[in-house]
Design a protein around this ligand. Structure first.
Ligand code: 13P
Length: 335
């Protein structure tokens, strides 16, 4: 188990060559993923899927930490070894999603607020005692028709601040995730504006609420065109706009930024990260820039596995491929 200071844990989460695996899909989301490969979603099928990932040979070469869901952090592999312990053998930190998902924001049709603050102090203490050393909270903002509103930006930023300081109080590094949803026809400039407004509000709240910025990991979207936009921006433009947006909004004390994949295609999520790190390699940016991908790491192995025992090894090879490509991109040496 790791007993370092919080900022050492944060630095370890964003260490060179590695990124974070987001395997914290709620049961509802994981059910959708499993149903897409015609596998019934049960605690056992979800456990088997996570076991496939966590037992992959060499996982510690490209993964620094795994975010789990409440059900998953309580589960074990076939031999009875708790997942937390299995990951620790590979020097991988355990993390836990602690938000209770997004809900309609009252008074703002089409916008959302993340719930889960009630009772969170006790839940964080329990997760710490189970071996978790970091946590995740995802806020979700949508773009278009006047969205995101200042109201949605500020209520979500305030909740992220409340969550983050409680995590630090309980000895966990908070992953602070204000996601601008990629779904829609909006342009990259619309995404840039929304991301700038949101990150500005988030860092104001973190500072107001006494959060130690050296002991967080920021998990933002890349600045990117909407998934259905006409003329989507190139990876070089995504990289330039993303880095410039972060330079405007993210204080240099923050040790690292771990991007979500947010529904980008597999190739897209790797190439964009590679371009971002090519800029980092030439411009010496203050933070590490890595990945915290869910779909970006899992989509290929899931569709290889198909829930069949005989495909476990092939699924693990597919996961390794995605991990090693993302790791190369994290260093800016993929292409
Ligand atoms: P995606 O990479 O699939 O966007 O998931 C990351 C995540 O954890 C979203 O909260």
């Amino acid at each position: 188990m790791v007993n370092g200071k919080l900022h050492d844990i944060a630095r370890k989460m964003v260490v060179r060559n590695k990124g974070i695996l987001a395997a914290d899909e709620s049961n509802a989301t994981m059910s959708k993923r499993l149903e897409s490969i015609n596998v019934a979603s049960t605690p056992e099928s979800r456990r088997q899927w996570r076991q496939l990932l966590f037992q992959t040979q060499g996982i510690g070469d490209f993964i620094s930490g795994v975010i789990m869901y409440d059900e998953t952090i309580r589960q074990s592999d076939d031999s009875g070894k708790r997942f937390v312990e299995l990951l620790a053998v590979n020097d991988i930190l355990s993390g836990i999603k602690v938000d209770k998902s997004t809900h309609d924001l009252a008074g703002a049709p089409g916008e959302f607020i993340t719930e889960g603050l009630d009772g969170i102090r006790d839940r964080l203490a329990e997760y710490y005692s189970m071996g978790a050393r970091f946590a995740k909270w995802r806020a979700l903002l949508t773009v278009g028709k006047g969205r995101p509103s200042d109201y949605a930006i500020h209520t979500n930023a305030h909740a992220l601040g409340r969550y983050a300081i409680l995590c630090q109080e309980q000895g966990l590094v908070p992953i602070v995730e204000p996601e601008i949803l990629m779904d829609g026809v909006h342009s990259i400039d619309d995404c840039r504006l929304a991301t700038t407004r949101s990150l500005t509000a988030v860092f104001e709240e973190l500072l107001d609420q006494c959060v130690d910025l050296r002991s967080i990991v920021l998990k933002p979207n890349m600045v990117i065109s909407g998934s259905d936009a006409p003329n989507r921006a190139s990876s070089t433009e995504v990289a330039r706009q993303t880095v410039d947006c972060l330079l405007e909004t993210v204080p240099s004390e923050v040790p690292g930024v771990a991007f979500l994949s947010g529904g980008q295609g597999d190739e897209e999520s790797v190439v964009n990260l590679d371009e971002i790190n090519k800029i980092a390699n030439s411009e010496r940016l203050p933070w590490e820039l890595t990945y915290s991908y869910g779909r970006g790491l899992q989509a290929a192995p899931l569709s290889t596995w198909l829930g069949k025992n005989e495909n476990v090894l092939a699924g693990q090879v597919a996961f390794q491929r995605r991990g090693l490509d993302s790791s190369a991109a994290r260093e800016g040496v993929f292409a």
